[in-house]
Design a protein around this ligand. Sequence first.
Ligand SMILES: [Zn+2]
Length: 132
Amino acid sequence: MNDEEKKWHDSEPVVPGGESIFGVYCQQGVCPTLRLPAKCPECGQVAVHMFYYDFGRGRGGGWAWCSSCYGWGHGSAFIPKWWTNVPGITEDMLTATPVYLDDVRDSIDEHWNDLLDHMVSLPPVDSPVGMN
Ligand SMILES: [Zn+2]
């Protein structure tokens, strides 16, 4: 384990019977309105990021981590139907600990939020400002 990996810890439920970061965000299925970053169940910061990797044939991995307290979880996951792999991130870059993923968390969040924005035709929230 190198220094980068040492700062990470397995996300543990904050209260007995509670949920870890992975439990809250990956295992229960993702709410289609969840935007990233999301609130961390451990430290309360809005710093939770998520990532899926679709290996094809219905297999996938899910990661959820907090870039504030470094809690993380990873495991097999059902890939949400709306997910597409992040361009430029390939299988060989992935490790269980989200060391690399945290480095590129901004582009992962952007990809995630973009997919959700285009997944469903939501009613317009408000009209463009300054256009007459
Ligand atoms: Zn946290």
